[in-house]
Each structure stands twice: as C-alpha cells, then as structure tokens.
Ligand binder design. Sequence first.
Ligand code: GLC
Ligand code: CA
Length: 533
Amino acid sequence: MTNQSWWKSAVIYQIYPRSFQDSNNDGIGDLPGIIERLDYLATLGIDAIWLSPVYRSPNDDNGYDISDYEAIGEEYGSMDDMDRLIAEANQRNIKIIMDLVVNHTSDEHPWFQQALQGKDNPYHDFFVWRDTPNELESNFSGSAWEYVPALGEYYLHLHSIKQPDLNWENPEMRQAIWDMMNFWLEKGIGGFRLDVIDLIGKEPDNLITKNGPKLHELLQEMNEKTFGAYDVVTVGETWGATPEIAELYSKPERNELSMVFQFEHINLDKQAGKRKWDLKKLDPQDLHDVFSKWQIELDGKGWNSLFWNNHDLPRIVSRWGNDSEEFREVSGKMLAIYLHFMKGTPYIYQGEELGMTNFPVADISEVDDIESRRMYAERLEQGYSKEAMITSINAKGRDNARHPMQWNDTEHAGFTQGTPWLPAHPNKASINVEKALDNPASIFYTYQKLIALRKEKQVIIDGSYEIVATENPNVLAYTRTLGEERLFVVVNFSEEVQTYQLAHTEFKETLIHNYNTPITTTLQPYEAFAVEI
Ligand code: GLC
Ligand code: CA
C-alpha cells in the first residue's frame, strides 16, 4: 500500500438507526430520518457513517438477527431510501459502512426455515447441528444449544435462540454470503463493520468459539471474493483480540481487514474472570497502560481503531467521565482529547459529541435490551438481589446507548412526534444538538476541532507514540512524533485538582485545551490539553 488509505485519516460516526431520527412518527428512527440529518454530520466533519443493521429482521436483538440481508426492514424504509441515503451521503463526502452480521442469521431467515424442513434439505447444513449438546454457553446467558424435536437435533446459537449460528465450514453457505456482500459493494457502500467476526472460525466440539483455527483463512477468502477489489474500509468486532491477533487481521499484506475493534480497555472496569455486570472501579493507570500497549505494539504492523462507545456500551461520560452538571462538559472534552490524538481511526457514537449520559432505570420493566433481561432472569434464579442487578444494568446495560438522540428540548427530544420506542432522556433540555450548536464552548465543537486537526496534522495520523511519565497516576500523558512535528497531550483523569511534572515546557502552539487558563503544573478537574512542542 503506497498511497495512504482514506480510512487512515478518517473519523467514522456510528448511527443506531432505531434511535437516531424518526421521520414518520411511528416512534422508530428510519433512513429518511438519517438523510434529514446528514447536514448536521457534515458540520461535525465526519468521513463515514457506520450504520447499525437496517435489514429485515424480527428484532429479537434489534436488527442483529437478520431475516433478509438484501431487504430493508419496513420500519426503516425501503431499498430506494437506502440508495438515496448512499447517494446523499456521498454528495457530502460521507461514505456508508454497512453492519455485516454473518456469524448468525435470524431463525426467521428462509435459510433456517428451509433447514428445519429436514436433514437432507440443502440448507440444513448452512447451520450448526449436533445430536447432543455440550456445555457451550450463549453470550446472552444459558445454553448455546436449542433442541428441535421434529429433527431430534440441537442447533448452535451463541447469542439468542432466535440467532442460529451459520456453518462456515459449508462452501455453499460461504458463496451465498459472498454474493450478498457483493450485492452491497456494487451499490457503492464505503465498507463493512463485521459483527462478532472472531466467532466464525469456531470449533464447537472443542469448545472453541473465539479465534478458531480457520478464522484467518476464512477472512482471506472473504477478502478475495468480495471487498478485496474495492477501496473500502473493513472493521471487525473482535472481543478476543490481543495486539498479536490484531496484527493478523490488519497487516495489509495478509489481505484480511483494515482494522479491528479491540475491547481490552472496555474490560478494565469488571472483576477479573467475571462478567461485565460484576463492577469494578476503573484505575486510570490501567487504562493508560492498555492504550499505550496497543499504540506501541501495533505500530507499523497493523492499524488501530479508537473508540469509547458503541450501541453495546454505556455512555462514556457517565462511565469514566463525570455526568454531574459541574463536570460533564469538561470531562466529556477530556475523554475526547485523550483518545483523538492517538494513532488509529476514531469512531464517534451518536450523541457522544453532545456528552449524552446513561439512562438510569428503577425496574427491569423499563429495560428493552435482551442481554440485560436475560442476565436479570438468570441471576434472579441464582439468588442475586434485584437491587444489585439494577445497579449493574444502570452501569453497563446496552439500553444506555439506545435512548433517542437528543436534537432539541421538545417532548421527545426532536426524535419523534409519536411515541418513541424507548423514552428520551429527561436531561434533553440541557443536552441537545440545538443547544450544543449555539454554544461555541460545547463538547460538539471540541469533537469538530479534533476531527479538523486530524485532517491538518499528519503527525496525528502517522506519528510514533511515546508514553510520558507524570509521577501522578491520575495524570495521563503522551507524545506523538513525526520528523520535526511533535505533540504533547496531557489529561487529568480525575475530578480533583492534580499536580504533576511537566515533561515538556517549550510550547509552540496550543492545539486544544478544555479550560481557558494558562497551562501550568497544576491541573483543574478533568483538565486536558494538546500542544505542539
Ligand atoms: C455484536 C453486536 C451486538 C449483538 C451481537 C450479536 O456484539 O454489536 O449488538 O447483540 O453482536 O449479533
Ligand atoms: Ca419511523
């Protein structure tokens, strides 16, 4: 790769269509709604949109259970709307990245319906069947095997019962997936985000799910048969990736993916060996160690993605910033500054640029998300207190990211005039797009500035990364260097005033700073800056 790929300087924005903008007041966000808001995204300055699934789906897992890969779900619009979205976005130099969910389909997909017809149906072998189940568990709690009495067999579902796993050993199944991917590539999309892609090389009999032996071979075949011939970005969701594994996926000469999402930092606030629900306070030093490790170990070998949020994660300002009135803005900016000067492709999740917060619930009846609900039922049986489970759901539940985008302070935050499928946050009056755009000091303009800086400064894209010791565990610092260009980034990851050793004192220019005070060796709560040295 001699010319720099476009996605190395890109910033990508994730839309969860169900919650972004409703255009026909049925309470569900849709494609025409996204089209209405493209100018807003152009103002922010992003290069591409990763669209969570909009395919036909019974929505057992909100679209991650697909019943027709080549049709748009009715609630989202039509294929004409999709074509229009691609065209309108392209006119604003924004590419559309589709979510590719091919570890499993919906049980309502015609392939699975055929598979149920009998063992000699050609589609039967598109899925994974066994006569007896083993101890494999579903990511959504309980056994990963479901019995079908008519066949006397169990099928594998690593997620919900309505998400049967595809059999990647079957070449006809793979060909059907390649055809579907090429259908989308021919429409002129900008790439794919590959859902739980590290599961496709599984060996269920050996209890291997993630990082199975055939995984990389399969991705090379996918690359060759589909997107390898296109100038697109591909990003894999890989919960089990280490830097060594990420190199396998993203080293250009291996012809697999552009990059992966790694989740090592995301796991830092859970108890070791337990699930995300088993909460632990984040130690900022752990975070800095993990980011630094990825920055250094993947450098020159593969490519990083950079993210705090997605549709499966709680809101970052509530999680590792501070969502109190006093500190929400400064901490939101601090988190953005810390992440956006690193090497890799940043992803912004809808509303992150406003500092949208978690949505606390008091009772399980307020929860939509299948993962939270399954955990609740399972742990109730195991004797956990309701209170403890609600605390976990409020901290980590996926609904936190799925409440409507806050556009203005009208009844449903400008998301819909109907009844929204999940309610808008009561804080919509103080946190919304209209207000953010009117306030030059809002978090929105910090993100806008960070995106613009990435386009101006090659050092942000290519510079080498060095960790800088500050003698204070709450003060995280690093430099980026490319030839003569050098950046120094310092953040106070706490709500207290901190002092630290200023490693570099000759500043050429302040690129960004979330306080209007001079830079000294004392940092205000969540103070953060980047300077040229
Ligand atoms: C991924 C998606 C998540 C979904 C799961 C099963 O983790 O991000 O939303 O539930 O895969 O498809
Ligand atoms: Ca709608």
